[in-house]
Write a protein of this length. Structure first.
Length: 207
């Protein structure tokens, strides 16, 4: 990774994804979490304050050492035990069926082999477990989607491999999940930002 991706992008992500409406979304998708949780794409720990009391422990998958260091104060302040568990969401360092819940927020856009990562999440969930997610992706409006496809190569280069054009629901279902809960739409803000602000928030279960 170059200097920009390794050093700058984690700080930009921390700043841009800690705004009020996004934090409200984090709280909603974290609410169903229970027991032992695996969080894929832990980042700088923005979800730590949103874990409900039912969460016993969190295994944090995070490839960026910079983001992990940035999360230190948030991890220390959390009432939940948080340990780092591997660097790669495409190959989770955990046994089959070892977690009650999985969490992903603004992560599925950047993992290169997203289908493999979702299969891994399904693999490590126990029967009856749930996958909670808050992700941005492909918009349903044709005009916005056209811009997403046009901008996507630049977005990937400047934002650590982030894709604007992934259909999150289709990908989650394709990995063997059923969608139990789903809320999607644009974040508040000017229309010019719509290629970046179409958000999927939901809960899925293995089927």
């Amino acid at each position: 990774m170059g200097f920009w991706t390794e050093r700058v992008v984690p700080r930009l992500v921390d700043r841009s994804l800690s705004i009020g409406e996004v934090m409200e979304g984090r709280e909603r998708v974290c609410a169903p979490l229970t027991g032992q949780v695996i969080e894929v794409g832990f980042g700088s720990g923005l979800n730590t304050e949103k874990y409900p009391a039912a969460v016993e422990s969190v295994a944090a998958v995070e490839p960026s050492d910079v983001a992990w260091r940035m999360s230190a104060a948030r991890r220390a302040a959390s009432r939940t035990t948080i340990t780092r568990s591997g660097l790669d969401g495409q190959r989770l360092d955990e046994p089959d069926g070892s977690f009650d819940s999985a969490l992903s927020t603004f992560t599925l856009c950047t993992i290169p082999d997203i289908e493999q990562a979702l299969r891994e999440i399904r693999r490590v969930l126990r029967p009856g477990g749930s996958f909670c997610f808050l992700e941005h992706g492909l918009a349903p409006d044709a005009g916005v989607a056209r811009w997403q496809h046009r901008i996507n190569p630049v977005e990937r280069a400047l934002a650590g491999g982030c894709h604007l054009t992934r259909d999150i629901v289709q990908l989650v279902q394709g990995a063997g999940f059923g969608i139990d809960e789903l809320d999607r739409g644009y974040l508040r803000g000017p229309g010019i930002g719509r290629p970046w602000t179409y958000v999927y928030a939901g809960r899925a279960v293995p089927v």
